[in-house]
Design a protein around this ligand. Structure first.
Ligand code: MEV
Length: 467
């Protein structure tokens, strides 16, 4: 790689130049250009909106927008939009919700909306002087950010507190200003970061101007000023509960007591074993992320926080707990899920906006409860499947569509495949074999075998399997 190969000024190219740059990586650049363009919005204004969400945008990347038709949370019914690429997540959420909708629904509450921002700085001075100055410094920092915070304060939020944290035992001369902030219904990342950057300027000025600081104490090096995505205070407690006997369900091939016993063991395993805990929690985030994506929330921030919270006691563990007491089954998800309903792309992305509308324009707290309940519904369905018939039965059924699409199956072929795989185990290989056999037979019979083609394929595949 020579210097002349290093790209410069790419971001300044026009969108079409960027598309061409991308397309030249392929053998058929013309087709690639056409393909990218085919995913554009018809309405150029809408396309412009999407282009401007990010940088170097050359097309749109679609994901399915599905719905969980009904979930009852705190006695209120919601239709929840879900954006997810993984087959079976919407089905799992729906079946978990359906199960609990008839058993009292989901119960959820939010502990608080407090978020944290930090200014990390290096300062070589007398710590006592800084501690003494904190009340005055705090006042200045809050006053000088009034121009940023006044409308948030009017909505009941704003900067709640600023503390000095001495971290010199970890890194010499390292301190933090730790701000506690309530961003109300917004995710608040820009709001928090703007306040923190303002704090940084004022902090340096404070050291320079105050007479009690002398010599090297007048200098302070700001390392960084940034919000923390760890928001343990934004805790959402969500649970479902019923009498153990009411767990009886035709899809559960065991007694309610056996089911509860096995369920408890599955949750315990996720509490003690990191390999299982990660997958268990991933199942929760299947639902939470799908709600976050559908409503234009930052799912990476929510995931990062959830996993950090799962390790808060020094060992990564399950985010759910089961209580089996006095004949009751009470299943609880307790984790921070800091979602917002204003700001970001929530009002800009047309479908994020629709999502917020279909949910009845919830405030942030309500959306946090919805996301947590969907997460719990997903997790409940996963555990229910795992301890009964296993996960692959439902999953592969959903996956069959993907296999058939990959094989470019026609409508007729799909119909036959769905029929056939009602009674046969689904796998990529089995799907491929089925379609190949179907195509062989139909070309042999000149498309005249509609009625008994399934029997022929069965026979043909059975012969193959016995070889
Ligand atoms: C798959 O996306 C999620 C599960 O693996 C979750 C779990 O195992 O609990 C089914």
């Amino acid at each position: 790689m020579t210097k002349s190969n290093i790209l410069t000024g790419f971001s300044k190219l026009t969108k079409y130049q960027k598309i061409e740059y991308f397309a030249q990586h392929f053998e058929n650049p013309k087709e690639v250009v056409e393909e990218l363009i085919s995913y554009f919005y018809k309405d150029p204004q809408k396309q412009k909106l999407f282009d401007e969400f990010s940088e170097n945008t050359i097309s749109n990347y679609y994901l399915p927008y599905g719905i969980l038709p009904q979930i009852i949370i705190n006695n209120k019914s919601y239709t929840v939009p879900l954006v997810i690429e993984e087959c079976s997540v919407v089905a799992a959420a729906s079946s978990g919700a359906k199960f609990w909708n008839t058993r009292g629904g989901f119960h959820s509450e939010v502990k608080s909306m407090k978020k944290i921002g930090q200014v990390h700085f290096i300062w070589k001075g007398d710590k006592r002087k800084l501690e003494q100055s904190m009340p005055e410094l705090k006042k200045i920092l809050i006053e000088n950010t009034n121009h940023i915070t006044h409308s948030m304060v009017a909505r009941g939020g704003g900067i709640l507190d600023i503390e000095l944290v001495d971290m010199t035992h970890e890194i010499p001369h390292y301190y933090q200003l730790k701000a506690t902030i309530d961003t109300r219904d917004s995710m608040g990342a820009n709001f928090i970061n703007s306040c923190l950057e303002e704090f940084s300027i004022d902090l340096q000025k404070f050291f320079k101007e105050k007479d009690i600081f002398v010599g090297s104490e007048k200098e302070c090096t700001i390392i960084m000023a940034i919000l923390s995505n760890y928001t343990p205070e934004c805790l959402v407690n969500t649970y479902v509960e019923c009498d153990i006997k009411d767990l009886a369900d035709p899809s559960i091939n065991m007694t309610p007591e056996e089911f509860a016993w096995k369920f408890e063991k599955a949750v315990k395993i996720a509490q003690i074993d990191i390999h299982r805990a990660t997958t268990h929690n991933k199942g929760i985030f299947n639902g939470v992320d799908a709600v976050a994506l559908a409503t234009g929330n930052d799912f990476r921030a929510i995931e990062a926080c959830g996993h950090a919270y799962a390790s808060r006691n020094g060992k990564y563990s399950s985010l759910t707990h089961l209580e089996l007491e006095n004949g009751k089954f009470k299943y609880n998800l307790s984790a921070p899920f800091a979602l917002g309903t204003v700001g970001g792309i929530t009002a800009l992305h047309p479908l994020a906006k629709r999502s917020i509308e279909v949910l009845g324009k919830p405030d942030a707290e309500e959306l946090m409860k919805i996301a947590a309940s969907v997460g719990l519904a997903n997790n409940f369905s996963a555990i229910k499947a795992l301890i009964t018939h296993g996960i692959q039965k439902g999953h592969m059924k959903m996956h069959l569509s993907n296999i058939l699409n990959y094989l470019d199956a026609t409508l007729e072929e799909k119909k036959k495949a769905f029929e056939y795989f009602k009674h046969h185990k689904i796998s990529f290989k089995a799907g491929t074999n089925f379609i190949n056999e179907l195509r062989k037979i139909s070309s042999n019979n000149n498309q005249k075998q509609n009625g008994n083609s399934e029997t022929q394929i069965n026979h043909s595949l059975d012969v193959k399997a016995s070889l």
